[in-house]
Design a protein around this ligand. Structure first.
Ligand code: GYE
Length: 322
């Protein structure tokens, strides 16, 4: 009997030890990443950054889904992450609205949602934990401030300035906020006017096609404000094909800071790019690691960014990663 009791105690002790060691070893956390698409160099750099950052930490498994710029694909992907009971959902919203119901489903399933890059609309923000990314409104303001200084330098500060705008994807956070930020600065410059504004969907082809149409209709354009470099690069092509010099006949402002824009600035075909950092992977892993460890997550995680033009692009070019 005594022996039997001893054996039982030993078994119990072994079980406790086993479960303790299983507990001490970090469990693999499964993160489902719903990316909105692959429309730009920026987006490619962003996707690679996230994938590499998770790959570097063996305590995570990343499930990746590219929605190919379709909201319905994103909703489907998030639903499948919920069905697979992932530990966390990482999510870049193609557009701001329309995700309320699926985010409610994630919440009901107890799965935290971390936004990366593009946020959802205000009314749905209580359904996600945090957002990691850029201040798009500030980027728009930076573009406006750069333009004001440049026009002053060129002795054009008081001339009538007609601006055409290439907007990003309609309804997306960066398109909405960049447009807003630029218009805030416009208020101080009554001689500036946005004469045409249309979406080029953040793509080179879109930027080129829309700029071609603008140039056909209008010979009096002083500035192009493009919501990303990809569209600016397409538009520069259109400007050249129309027999004009981008960067000289038309001042070109882009956003993102991709290598192609740096090259265009160094060739004098683009005037500036407002940096938007796509290398968000390390910050995403850190935030989700903190979440797993039970730490408090700030509701907003910013990235730090600059601006590049003819004065500093060539010096920074060799160290650019995207
Ligand atoms: O500017 C653009 C991309 O959401 C900030 O999306 C991002 C934007 C970026 O396709 O190039």
């Amino acid at each position: 009997m005594r022996n039997f009791r001893k054996t039982l105690i030993l078994i119990a002790a072994a079980m406790v030890l086993f479960s303790a060691s299983a507990f001490a070893k970090p469990k693999t956390w499964v993160v489902g990443f719903s990316q909105e698409g692959s429309e730009s160099e920026w987006r490619t750099a962003d996707t690679i950054s996230v994938q590499n950052a998770f790959l570097a930490d063996p305590s995570f498994d990343l499930l990746y889904s590219d929605a190919q710029n379709k909201q319905e694909n994103q909703i489907m992907a998030i639903r499948s992450f919920i069905a697979r009971r992932v530990n966390c959902i990482l999510f870049t919203a193609l557009v701001e609205t329309g995700y309320g119901p699926v985010l409610e489903e994630a919440k009901r399933a107890g799965i935290p949602v971390v936004m990366i890059d593009r946020d959802v609309a205000k009314e749905d923000r209580h359904l996600r934990l945090t957002i990691i990314g850029s201040d798009f409104m500030k980027e728009g303001e930076k573009a406006g401030i750069w333009l004001a200084n440049y026009l002053k330098e060129k002795g054009m500060a008081d001339k009538p300035i007609n601006i055409v705008e290439l907007q990003g994807t309609v309804g997306s956070a960066p398109a909405i906020e960049r447009a807003k930020g630029f218009r805030i600065i416009m208020k101080d410059h009554p001689n500036w006017q946005i004469t045409r504004s249309q979406s080029g969907d953040f793509t080179t082809a879109g930027g080129k096609a829309v700029m071609e149409a603008f140039l056909k209709e209008d010979k009096n354009i002083q500035v192009l404000f493009a919501h990303n470099d990809q569209m600016a690069l397409g538009a520069e092509q259109a400007i050249k094909e129309a027999g004009l010099q981008p960067g000289k006949d038309i001042i070109v402002i882009g956003m993102d800071g991709v290598k192609g824009a740096f090259q265009a600035i160094m060739n004098g075909e683009q005037n500036c790019t407002v940096e938007c950092n796509p290398l968000l992977g390390p910050q995403a892993v850190q935030a989700i690691r903190d979440l797993r460890d039970g730490k408090k997550i700030p509701p907003r995680i910013w990235t730090i960014e600059g601006l590049f033009d003819a004065t500093n692009a060539a010096a920074a070019f060799p160290t650019r990663q995207y």
